[in-house]
Design a protein around this ligand. Structure first.
Ligand code: G3H
Length: 274
């Protein structure tokens, strides 16, 4: 548990930061990240990667289930693709007796460049807490992986006006003693897999708040952090998100499973094509 005095101090910094305008979209990298979750076989992955064309001006990351991490990376390399490979989770320990788990050094060893950490499905089904998320981020950074840190509120938290408090707590917990770069993904739990995305305006307003919290925590470094939106993004609504100054890309679940749909989403986030 965080000391109450530190928490109050950070909250004051956040309040102070709320008056500042800190956005500079052109300086940040745009990302289109596919989270396949527990989907796709080897042959489905092979067909998908053959079909998928990436674009300049946007970093594309595919996060397949763990059995496909190595072959997907190999195949992308053989095809001369610029697509990077990311894992969907990592364990917080270096190594040891943790049956079924995978370490950050193992992910690095097989060519992963990114790892999703703190996805709401991990928090909900596997009881991951902010302290674990923080440890996983540290492990990822130690091994040279870029963490894709997920935060987001549930529908109950949203309806009771707790969104900003929940996001601030998750950010403060996740980012303790983190001084390397990362990607942040705002994924309202109520929008994940429901077909009911946040509106682009709702997402923009929350992203602007998140950036101000990041500014309070990290200072000027927050300016360069890409903040992605996730939650029922598809090839129809992606363009609206891409117009928002604090939305630097998307983390896509269901709609990323189809190469054609994901390619359309990639295209709208390609800087220069907007
Ligand atoms: O990581 C991706 C998110 O959970 C979003 O999933 P979704 O696009 O299926 O709503």
């Amino acid at each position: 548990m965080m000391d109450q005095a530190i928490k109050s101090y950070i909250e004051q910094m956040v309040r102070d930061a709320l008056g500042q305008s800190v956005t500079s979209p052109s300086a940040r990298t745009n990302y289109a990240i596919a989270n396949w979750k527990m989907n796709k076989t080897f042959s489905e992955m092979a067909v998908y990667l053959q079909e998928l064309k990436s674009k300049e001006g946007v970093s594309v990351v595919i996060c397949p289930p763990s059995q496909l991490l190595y072959p997907a990376g190999l195949m992308a390399k053989q095809q001369g693709s610029t697509v990077s490979i990311g894992a969907q989770n990592v364990h917080e320990a270096d190594k040891g007796a943790y049956t079924g788990e995978v370490s950050a050094s193992m992910l690095k060893d097989i060519g992963c460049a990114y790892v999703i950490i703190g996805h709401s499905e991990r928090r909900q089904y596997f009881n991951e807490n902010d302290q674990q998320v923080n440890q996983k981020i540290k492990q990822a950074i130690k091994e040279g992986l870029t963490p894709i840190i997920c935060i987001g509120e549930t529908i109950e938290q949203k309806n009771s006006g707790q969104t900003e408090k929940v996001l601030t707590t998750q950010l403060v917990g996740a980012l303790q003693d983190i001084d390397s770069d990362f990607i942040l993904a705002y994924e309202p739990v109520w929008a994940i897999g429901t077909g009911e995305s946040a509106t682009a305006e709702q997402a923009q307003s929350t992203h602007a708040y998140i950036r101000k919290v990041l500014t309070a925590l990290l200072g000027g470094r927050a300016e360069g952090i890409s903040i992605l939106y996730g939650g029922s993004v598809n090839d129809k609504n992606a363009a609206e998100f891409s117009q928002m100054p604090d939305i630097d890309g998307v983390l896509v679940g269901g709609a990323s499973l189809n190469a054609e749909s994901f390619e359309k989403i990639i295209a709208v986030f390609a800087k220069g094509d907007m």
